[in-house]
Design a protein around this ligand. Structure first.
Ligand code: CMC
Length: 391
């Protein structure tokens, strides 16, 4: 490979140092700043995890209150931004809207685009974490033709998002605490996952000195793909298509067939060669939510049986393919009332915390260079130009 290491897909190249997230893919371990995802998702809150990732330590009560207050103060978006939504078709995919609207934030907050000032970096990070729920909820409201809901800062981060999404001005909205807790947990499970494709995109975009809003918009665009964040939408669509347990075997055979491009969505991972610890928490949360909402979704049974059949099949055992975070999340989101098209937008909302923490870590590193991969050239050697008349 000459002077370069050839590593397509970066299967064995570390592109940076990071103190945020640790994954042991063989053991199925995920830690944020040393704390296990099991403990964080059980005992912590999304605001606490956002503080942990961006500031480095768990907050004291006072620090958490101040952080939550600061985020809360930034939840509104510029009124002119609301006009921006109206330029989209109502049937636009929420992720298409998110890419455009989040990128456009840099047109509204010129002060936050000074990336050399640590104070401005911090304000940009607060603005992004605070405004993502507002923007995601607006994308939803626009698609269903209902009025945008202003944030209500007496509610929690997640409760506020639920109200902005499902509330209407005509009547009071009561946040269901089980739903609020489940969604907050889903946000925690998606907060960061080291150098996945979208996070690497954010870092690469940021390495040129691009402003944080532009970088996060780039991350959103990358996340949309079905091999990445789009898998939660694809997984639920797949489970609905399978429909009943008697049809599972057919889909497992399709996933194993080399001549069929079909894959089991929500299965397999570049790093985890064991059960994705986030999927374990997610499966538990499905039960809690379905019971609390008194929903009997037959898709859950299909998912459980699909998992059991796949995990006892030699193809999946040999290739070490296990359910990932996206396998069960759609069932919960669907029970809460989100349409499948919103699933990846919710992932983007939560992952913004990880993206921005990684961006700050990168930009604060004095050794940071612009990301510039090399290539192995495979085109023709130098040859003489042939005039058009001679071709
Ligand atoms: N169903 C059937 N076969 C699979 C699957 C699957 N879901 N995933 C991987 N394989 C096979 C694949 O065909 C390949 O076989 P072979 O070695 O014979 O060619 C082998 O397993 C290794 O797969 P790979 O594509 O080389 O592995 P990768 O690390 O490049 O891809 C992945 C990882 C997540 C993109 C892939 O497992 C996949 O496409 N899964 C389905 C989509 C999905 O659930 N994505 C969400 C990932 S977790 C959340 C996130 O990142 O956003």
């Amino acid at each position: 490979t000459g002077a370069f290491t050839f590593d397509p897909g970066f299967t064995s190249t570390a592109a940076c140092e990071s103190a945020l997230t640790y994954i042991d893919g063989d053991e199925g371990v995920l830690l944020h700043r040393g704390y296990s995802i099991e403990e964080l998702s059980e005992q912590s809150s999304f605001m606490e995890v956002a503080y942990l990732l961006t500031e480095g330590e768990l907050p004291s009560r006072e620090q958490l209150e101040k952080f939550t207050y600061t985020i809360t103060r930034h939840t509104m978006v510029h009124e002119q931004l609301a006009q921006f939504f109206r330029g989209f078709r109502r049937d636009a995919h929420p992720m298409a809207i998110m890419c455009g609207v989040v990128g456009a934030l840099s047109a509204f907050y010129h002060d936050s685009t000074d990336i050399n000032d640590p104070k401005q970096r911090e304000i940009a990070s607060h603005r992004l974490i605070a405004k993502m729920p507002t923007i995601a909820a607006m994308a939803y409201k626009y698609s269903v033709g209902q009025p945008f809901m202003y944030p209500d800062n007496s509610l929690s981060y997640t409760g506020n998002f639920l109200r902005m999404t499902f509330g209407v001005p005509a009547e009071p909205y009561v946040v269901n605490p089980v739903v609020e807790r489940a969604l907050d947990r889903i946000f925690i499970l998606h907060a960061d996952h080291e150098q996945n494709a979208s996070t690497s995109t954010v870092r690469l975009a940021g390495s040129s000195g691009a402003n944080p809003f532009a970088c996060i918009a780039a991350g959103i665009a990358c996340l949309w793909g079905p091999a990445h964040g789009g898998a939660n939408e694809a997984a639920l669509n797949m489970l609905r298509e399978i429909g009943t347990p008697d049809r599972i075997a057919h889909y497992i055979e399709r996933a194993k067939d080399k001549n069929d491009p079909f894959r089991l969505m929500g299965f397999g991972h570049r790093v985890y060669k064991n059960y994705d610890p986030r999927a374990t928490v997610m499966q538990k949360t499905v039960r809690e939510v379905l019971t609390a909402l008194n929903v009997n979704d037959p898709i859950f049974e299909v998912a459980l049986q699909l998992e059991e059949m796949a995990l006892s099949d030699s193809y999946f055992i040999e290739k070490k393919l296990f359910p990932n975070v996206d396998f069960y999340s759609g069932i919960i989101l669907s029970a809460i009332g989100f349409p499948t098209s919103m699933f990846t937008a919710l992932f983007a909302l939560a992952r913004t915390v990880g993206w921005i923490a990684q961006w700050i870590e990168m930009i604060s590193d004095p050794e940071q260079k612009i990301g510039r991969p090399r290539q192995l050239y495979t085109g023709p050697a130098m040859r003489p130009y042939v005039p058009l008349s001679a071709r």
